[in-house]
Design a protein around this ligand. Structure first.
Ligand code: ADP
Ligand code: ZN
Ligand code: ZN
Length: 800
């Protein structure tokens, strides 16, 4: 009997969603499973390429011509049935190739050029003869010896394991333990053997009498060196044991156990509603709308605790920048070792170890950023998306998926509730709740009965300028900061622009230094004395003369966090200031260090970009200042008001979260804008109504669906020509009710030396569109070989 495998292959610039059929060779008959990766011959030259097995069957229509699979690349499926199905859903809804979707779901170490090792878990098994002394075997070695089939079975029995190694970074970490052979019975004899002066040996025996199975560090810390330990081993007082350990990013940190708080009525109603759905295996979507500080996290924690107690698992998504040490601590403290944390602040080795904990079933809760939605958990009891309105849940490269959509898909698959939480829900989610597609759960007041919402004042920056106050700080804000310094309370200041100045300009000829690769000006960074492009990373020295006219009158315009820090220090020389932006948090762990310092009240003022708007929950913050509320308002994006409202509400919510009352000062050139006025009143309801009206008027989401298509090429004409061709095809296939914007050059017409043209399609019902988009995708392979990139973004969250 023969067996055939359908394989989705990975051939760059020749992608197709059509699987290719291969013969499974005899030696792999028992081994190949759906969801494994294999190496197969491909094309004229029989090039060896990788692919995923997506189906197995006993018949095939074109048996004669088929080639056999060369080898398997995994010992077990790397994607289970659920995730394979999820890839199909992703492909259908994001217009990406299936192979891109499959690869996106794997942790990065598995995607990279890897070396694989087989690890022996049971050192008494006869297979050990093939392993090295430390219990490892290279994959190639195992393959050469023809052991893979056997090893695959042993893996199922838990006797061996496969480990993916990237550049030595994630080698299996091992800790050496000391097992004691010293007992009450032999201790006196042992003492007799020891020379009187050998004090360390005596100490060792003493320690061994009381302790066994301690890591070697336990002894070295107490002064017993590794040499003394080795002597002990020789004399038979102890044996060493190597035990595999995870790299724990929180190692050494003690999480003080917390217990469930008594929920208030709103919280209790929320938890009960979610758990009732869970009990009925009902994959209902809940929108948990709760003002900042209303105790949403407590709702999550108690829901997850109950789900875990039933033997189920949970996924909790958090935006990357909200995944602060404080957030992690709250989960670890309540739920303990059941929690695995996945975010980009971890080293590759740490990430891989967290992922393995999940795969082995040792962690039942995954707390993580966007890609944690692919966590290979089984038996999921609840999926939570915190801050569901955050645009970082959408991936901005193919596959352009939204983690919220995938969360809902997985919830349906597992028949479990899905919870979308936010103080300022996206209009899309709120509109669905309005239509009862989602169930709305409201938390209307702050959970801590002593905490009140902060009072918010708006300062009109135009008036400040008229009064000749050219600084970045209004008189009101200066006075309030001074007050805080006096009272030893803390302030948080937000300026959503990093760097020093936003641009430099020649006073004589008006020349602004542009990026050579992008159509945007360079930003001055004083700390490195460079001009930098925030789009492509280009860097050059600050010019002394105008490159255009040679004048020396070069002036700095606009403000960034670096310049504000200087100004702040001049205004308040004694103030201790911390700055948090992309530039100060590049180093691993830097983010945490800044926050820890602030939490320990080793600083008075935390100044930062929107990074600081989320998650901070410190009782001593009583003032929040927004230096310029308009930065997001002027962007050419229909969501700019929504973003501004959300950001202001979030950052204002950092103040007055405990007993001390909080104040907020918002500085703006547009003090009458509805997003700013309603953020001042913390009035989501009215904002929702007004903004929905505007969206209705202008024909945008949630009233219309949108698709954005972008074409880019190094030559402007080529990009434009391709874009217009696509537009013509699409326009001819659309119904008259739909609206097409463009094609036009993108808001930043050139990025990384590529000219960008784009068009946007707005529609309510367009059954033929999906097919057209798929054709564009399929054709994009041919375009790419000519250097034209065509990108389809379904339901884009960013227009620029
Ligand atoms: P959110 O996530 O909605 O912004 P948090 O979950 O951070 O709110 O809660 C804000 C504060 O209120 C936290 O310090 C939390 O410990 C506290 N809190 C939450 N629920 C309760 C409760 N039921 N009783 C007392 N304090 C609570
Ligand atoms: Zn000049
Ligand atoms: Zn650039």
């Amino acid at each position: 009997m023969s067996l055939f495998a359908e394989v989705i292959v990975d051939v760059p610039t020749m992608q197709t969603d059509q699987p290719f059929t291969y013969i499974v060779p005899d030696e792999l008959l028992d081994a190949i499973e759906v969801g494994m990766r294999v190496e197969v011959p491909f094309g004229e030259g029989n090039r060896h390429i990788q692919g995923f097995v997506t189906a197995l069957s006993q018949t095939s229509t074109y048996e004669e011509k088929l080639k056999p699979i060369i080898r398997m690349l995994d010992l077990s499926p790397v994607l289970n049935q659920e995730l394979l199905a999820l890839a199909d859903y992703m492909k259908e809804t994001t217009y990406a190739f299936k192979i891109t979707c499959l690869e996106t779901m794997l942790p990065s170490v598995m995607k990279a050029e890897y070396q694989k090792k087989i690890i022996l878990k049971d050192s008494s098994h006869p297979i050990k003869q093939y392993f090295s002394e430390n219990g490892e075997m290279d994959w190639q070695e195992a393959e050469k010896l023809g052991l893979l089939n056997q090893l695959k079975k042993l893996r199922q029995e838990g006797i061996v394991e496969l480990h993916y190694v990237v550049k030595k970074k994630n080698k299996v970490k091992k800790i050496r333990y000391v097992n004691s052979k010293v007992t009450q019975n032999n201790v006196e004899d042992i003492y007799q053997q020891i020379d009187k002066r050998a004090l360390r040996q005596k100490q060792l025996v003493h320690l061994l009498k009381e302790n066994t199975h301690q890591p070697t560090a336990f002894y070295t810390k107490q002064g017993v060196s590794s040499t003394v330990l080795k002597q002990g081993e020789k004399k038979g007082w102890l044996t060493f044991e190597e035990v595999e350990a995870y790299r724990d990013p929180h190692q050494g940190k003690v999480f003080k156990k917390t217990t469930a708080l008594t929920l208030n009525e709103d919280q209790q109603h929320a938890v009960t509603s979610i758990l009732t759905a869970e009990k009925k295996a009902n994959s209902e979507v809940f929108l948990l709308e709760g003002i900042t500080g209303s105790g949403k996290t407590e709702v999550y924690l108690q829901t997850i605790s109950t789900v875990l107690a039933k033997g189920k698992t949970a996924i909790m998504l958090v935006p990357e920048i909200a995944l602060t040490p404080q957030m992690v601590e709250r989960f670890k403290s309540r739920l303990g070792d059941a929690v695995a944390v996945l975010h980009s602040g971890l080293s590759q080795g740490e990430r891989y170890d967290e992922w393995r904990k999940i795969e082995r079933g040792e962690a039942q809760v995954v707390v993580g950023a966007r890609s944690a939605i692919f966590a290979p958990l089984e038996n999921i009891g609840v999926i939570i998306v915190d801050e569901e309105h955050e645009s970082s849940y959408k991936q901005d490269e193919a596959p352009r998926y939204h983690a919220r959509d995938l969360a809902i898909w997985r919830g349906h698959y597992h028949h479990c509730p899905i919870v979308l939480g936010s103080a300022t829900p996206s209009l899309e989610s709120r509109a669905r709740a309005q239509k009862n597609v989602y169930q709305l759960l409201l938390l209307r007041k702050r959970a801590d009965p002593d905490a009140n919402l902060p009072s918010i004042e708006i300062v009109d920056l135009k008036e400040e300028y008229e009064r000749k106050n050219m600084s970045n700080f209004s008189e009101l804000l200066q006075a309030k900061i001074a007050e805080r310094l006096e009272k030893n309370e803390q302030s948080v200041l937000m300026l959503n622009r990093r760097g020093y100045s936003s641009f430099i300009m020649c006073r004589d000829c008006g020349y602004v230094l542009p990026c050579p690769n992008c159509d945007i000006s360079l930003t001055l960074h004083m700390d490195t004395k460079t001009m930098r492009c925030h789009y492509c990373g280009h860097e050059e020295r600050i010019p002394q003369h105008c490159p255009e006219c040679g004048s020396k009158k070069i002036r700095y315009y606009g403000t960034g966090t670096q310049k504000v820090q200087e100004e702040l220090q001049e205004l308040f020389p004694a103030a201790r200031i911390l700055r948090m932006d992309v530039d100060t948090t590049r180093r691993k762990g830097a983010h945490e260090q800044i926050l820890q310092k602030f939490a320990a009240q080793e600083a008075d003022i935390l100044l930062g970009t929107q990074m600081i708007a989320k998650g901070l929950d410190y009782p001593n913050i009583t003032l929040v200042g927004v230096l310029n509320a308009d930065t997001a308002l002027n962007l050419p994006d229909f969501r700019s008001s929504e973003r501004t409202f959300q950001l202001l509400t979030q950052v204002a919510g950092r103040a007055g979260r405990a007993k001390k009352a909080g104040e907020v000062v918002i500085q703006s050139f547009n003090p009458d804008h509805h997003a700013i006025v309603l953020a001042q009143r913390q009035d989501y309801e009215t904002f929702y109504e007004q903004e929905m009206f505007l969206r209705h008027q202008s024909g945008y989401s949630p009233y219309y669906f949108t698709v954005k298509i972008t074409c880019s090429h190094q030559e402007e004409q080529v990009a434009a020509k391709k874009m217009f061709q696509i537009a013509q095809v699409i326009k001819s296939g659309l119904s008259p009710q739909s609206i097409v914007l463009g094609p036009t050059p993108a808001a930043i017409a050139r990025v990384k030396n590529r000219y960008q043209y784009q068009m946007v399609i707005k529609y309510k019902k367009e059954p033929a569109l999906s097919q057209m988009l798929k054709q564009i995708l399929n054709h994009s392979q041919k375009d790419q070989r000519k250097g034209v990139y065509v990108a389809i973004d379904n339901e884009p969250v960013n227009f620029i």
